[in-house]
Ligand binder design. Structure first.
Ligand SMILES: Nc1ncnc2c1ncn2[C@@H]1O[C@H](COP(=O)(O)OP(=O)(O)O)[C@@H](O)[C@H]1O
Ligand SMILES: [Mg+2]
Length: 567
């Protein structure tokens, strides 16, 4: 009888291992750039064709490899970076598992040319590999350093190939990876090209501020503060945005731990905690944070693609980051929205002895259970704090956040125009020019035609610059550049580059969020009434598109309990 159990052949084992490390073209770029950094390159050039599906080429001027070394490097678990178990807990390099080269080689056609940085090495080595099989090894003319060309990625793993997205989407992942590496190493020069077009270029020997300037332009740098901190061997440095610089998504939070770009929930949470009272809910800061911790305080061997780390003392790290950031962010002003977002905080804890308010957002606001409009008209008591309208109904008080209501009304108005296929547009007297990060610029260019149908007329204006020429009439008074940046950021989060029509709701929400309340712009009783009516019809009407409540109600019974008239 044949055994049910057998050992897999080497080529299959390699492909399984590769699956963990190499998920998509950007994973290849990440591994190759890491190797170049570990090889002490001063300049790294990445060239991409067709989002990496056709080819990924990486050229570095690092210390290269001898012929023997290359052949070893292509074997699994071959590394020059660690040798003992202790080394694993004291990692100074980006790589350490010896898995990347064989993994990449096993799922692509790879050509490797390299010459070691040693006087004895007069020629270089060239190796051609297909699906992990070495086809040819020989001498070649080569500068010091390494050039690796990876073509037809996943040609022999069709299932993986099927999961690849459009070249634009794949490239935007690649761009993110190169951006992160360029941020982590401002001392190294980086260049990235896609289909022959330069999308990122940073000279060597920069400091962080200069690097961010090269990557994102003056607009961002000027709005950032430098931060530093040190506590019991923990060090932090970086640049963080003033509260006036905020985004609709968390994609501008960059974390680096011991030189490695990571995603980390502890750090993410710590940053948001430090900015808590400075930003509106749903808005995120721009942050470039570099932590240096003793190597025994971080485990980097916890994620196949090394995208995450584990802290030995995460509470300590959290506190360190919050405290350091808060110290720098003090006196930076901003908007305090605690009271607006969380009414119970303003009135004390409902479980405590203090008077309480139960903002029953989920329940029908007006009328009885059957949704009938009450016959008694709404009485407007007044405006408080120049922010809230206080209204009275027979059984309850209603607080309306004017700004949120305004947004909601704007949303409904835009929606009506959109549904009638007639978003009214207003030409700007002077076009507004702005710049975007390269990856975002590509995305915006893709959507320019689409956006015209939404009343937003934007022209491409050089590499990463754009000019806003017309905006929807309802958004005339907004900050147009911020609006467009937010729109592009949410587009960047789409898994596929879908037509905007498919995302109309989100587009309208983003637009509506940018409408500003004009000062002293009191809503008329009719408007409030219309708003309340609309809120009954719209599923998410109880909140503004930012997620803040528009209306908070207080039952009179509750008020009577405050005054001990009722139990
Ligand atoms: N660009 C490069 N320049 C010099 N040496 C390299 C380069 N890329 C890889 N190597 C060598 O090949 C080895 C294997 O690389 P890799 O498979 O990525 O594993 P790891 O980086 O974990 O060691 C490295 O340890 C290094 O010695
Ligand atoms: Mg490596």
């Amino acid at each position: 009888m044949t055994s049910r159990i057998h050992i897999l052949d080497d080529s299959l084992i390699s492909k399984i291992a590769a699956g963990e490390v190499i998920e998509r073209p950007s994973s290849i770029v990440k591994e190759l750039v890491e190797n170049a950094v570990d090889a002490q390159a001063t300049h790294i050039h990445v060239d991409i064709q067709q989002g990496g599906r056709r080819s990924i080429t990486l050229l570095d001027d690092g210390f290269g490899m001898t012929q023997d070394e290359v052949l070893l490097a292509l074997k699994r678990h071959a590394t020059s970076k660690i040798s003992t178990l202790e080394d694993l807990y004291n990692i100074q390099t980006l790589g350490f598992r010896g898995e990347a080269l064989p993994s990449i080689a096993s799922v692509s056609m790879m050509t490797l040319m390299t010459r070691a940085r040693e006087p004895s090495q007069v020629t270089g080595t060239r190796v051609d590999i297909e699906g992990g099989r070495v086809l040819k090894v020989g001498d070649c003319a080569s500068a010091e350093g390494t050039k690796i060309v990876v073509e037809n990625v996943f040609f022999n793993t069709p299932a993986r190939l099927k999961f690849l997205k459009s070249p634009e989407t794949e490239f935007s992942h690649i761009d993110t990876v190169v951006e992160q590496m360029a941020l982590a190493h401002p001392e190294i020069g980086f260049q990235l090209t896609h289909n022959g077009k330069k999308t990122l270029s940073c000279p060597l020997r920069q400091d962080l501020r200069q690097r961010i300037h090269s990557l994102y332009g003056a607009l961002i740098v000027d709005q950032c503060l430098s931060v530093t901190g040190e506590n019991q061997g923990f060090k932090m440095s970086g640049l963080v945005g003033r509260p006036s610089l905020h985004h609709g998504s968390a994609r501008n939070l960059f974390f680096f731990v011991n030189g490695r770009a990571v995603k980390d929930r502890t750090l993410h949470h710590a940053v948001l905690t430090a900015y808590e009272t400075l930003l509106m809910r749903g808005r995120y800061p721009e942050v470039f944070l570099f932590l240096e911790l003793p190597t025994d305080q971080v485990d980097v061997n916890v994620h196949p693609a090394k995208l995450e780390v584990r802290f030995a003392q995460s509470t300590h790290v959290h506190r360190f980051v919050v405290e350091t950031l808060k110290r720098h962010l003090q006196n930076q002003g901003g908007i305090s929205v605690r009271m607006v977002g969380d009414p119970s905080a303003a009135w004390g804890d409902p479980r405590g002895g203090t008077p309480s308010v139960a903002p029953s957002f989920q329940q029908p606001l007006l009328g009885d259970e059957r949704g009938r409009t009450p016959m008694t008209p709404l009485k407007i008591v007044g405006q408080i704090h120049e922010t809230y309208l206080l209204c009275e109904l027979p059984d309850k008080l209603i607080f309306v956040d004017q700004h949120a209501a305004h947004e909601r009304i704007g949303f409904e108005a835009l929606k009506r125009q959109y549904e009638a296929k007639k978003i009214l547009s207003q030409r700007l007297l002077v076009p507004e020019i702005f710049e975007l990060k390269p990856s975002l610029a590509e995305i915006l260019r893709y959507y320019l035609e689409d956006l015209r149908r939404w009343g937003l007329d934007i022209d491409s204006y050089g590499d990463h610059a754009f000019a806003i020429k017309a905006v929807p009439l309802l958004l005339e008074d907004t900050r147009h550049v911020e609006l467009v940046q937010d729109l592009v950021e949410s587009m960047a989060s789409y898994e596929l580059l879908q037509p905007l029509e498919k995302r109309w709701n989100e587009v309208l929400e983003t637009m509506a969020c940018h409408r500003q309340v004009r000062a002293g712009d009191l809503l008329s009783p009719q408007e409030i009434w219309a708003l309340l009516e609309e809120m009954k019809k719209t599923p998410r009407a109880m909140t503004c598109p930012h997620g803040r409540p528009v209306i908070v109600e207080v039952m009179f019974e509750e008020v009577e309990r405050w005054f001990k008239r009722k139990k």
